[in-house]
Design a protein around this ligand. Sequence first.
Ligand code: HEC
Length: 108
Amino acid sequence: MFEALGEERHFHLKRLTRGLMVAGTALTFALAAPLAPAHATEEADVTRGEAAYEASCASCHAAPARIIARVEGADDAEKTEALEAFLPDHYAEDDQDRADIIAYMLSL
Ligand code: HEC
């Protein structure tokens, strides 16, 4: 009797958990949607930069931290300047991708 009750509860809990997960996913999309269109006017985003780095750079540069360490510049502003000059002709033509990738590299 107790065991049956326990199983029933467990079943409900599982359904509840699944329901919450579905609701959570829907909410995530609802919140993300207004931010989705990617053009260069958006603020640079580290998470997007990591994905862009994986897609455009990682095949040749496995260790982004090593690359950014070698870029000339005493601080982030100078390194950003150097990368903004170099990357348009080096696999990051897209302004938004480039801004995101630079933000990601500087976050390492
Ligand atoms: C097809 C291979 C390839 C891809 C893809 C690639 N790179 Fe490179 N990258 C190189 C090579 C080769 C060099 C020059 C040799 C070196 O410094 O390792 C270089 C040099 C660099 C440098 C200069 C390093 C220094 O010494 O100053 C930076 C910064 C850099 N890459 C960043 C990137 C970023 C960011 C991406 C993605 C948008 C990218 N690379 C994509 C091959 C690649």
